[in-house]
Design a protein around this ligand. Structure first.
Ligand code: ATP
Ligand code: MG
Length: 137
């Protein structure tokens, strides 16, 4: 059994797709082990995306991520890291497969509706960034 961190990003919350994203997870048999709404500060967004600090889009990305509320979730299931990323689709919605969340709902490569951890190590860091053990069920 594996865990991953999912975020419905501020553009996704503004577009009212939270329910649809959760519906897709549940339809795929993915269990939600934790969930909460947050509003990241600029510094908290910078800490979350610290691996991208040197990228040219870092300042814009962290402005966007702190521009409104997000919903963060811990997802649980077999191969859930890979399966969540399949449901999400490619980073750039122009390249995302039909029927994926980003193809259906993303605005552009930055405002792309959802986040999902990309490996077990990043999932562990990202889950602990938002949740303590008592909040994961
Ligand atoms: P995420 O980590 O959010 O799940 P990802 O793993 O598909 O997305 P990363 O390469 O980790 O993509 O990039 C992190 C985030 O940075 C992207 O989801 C997107 O919001 C933003 N981003 C990535 N590439 C660009 C870019 N070229 N221009 C603007 N924003 C970008
Ligand atoms: Mg990533």
């Amino acid at each position: 059994m594996e865990r991953t961190l999912s975020i419905v990003k501020p553009d996704g919350i503004r577009k009212h797709i939270l329910g649809e994203v959760i519906r897709r997870f549940q339809e795929a048999g993915i269990r939600i082990a934790a969930i909460k709404m947050i509003h990241l500060s600029k510094a908290e967004a910078e800490g979350f995306y610290a691996v991208h600090r040197e990228r040219p889009f870092f300042d814009s990305l962290t402005d966007f991520m702190s521009s409104g509320s997000c919903v963060v979730m811990v997802l649980e299931g077999d191969e859930v890291i890979r399966r969540n990323r399949e449901l999400m689709g490619a980073t750039n919605p122009a390249e995302a497969a039909p029927g994926t969340i980003r193809k259906d709902f993303a605005t552009n490569i930055e405002q792309n509706a959802v986040h999902g951890s990309d490996a077990p190590e990043t999932a562990a860091f990202e889950i602990s960034y938002f949740f303590n053990a008592l909040e994961i069920h």
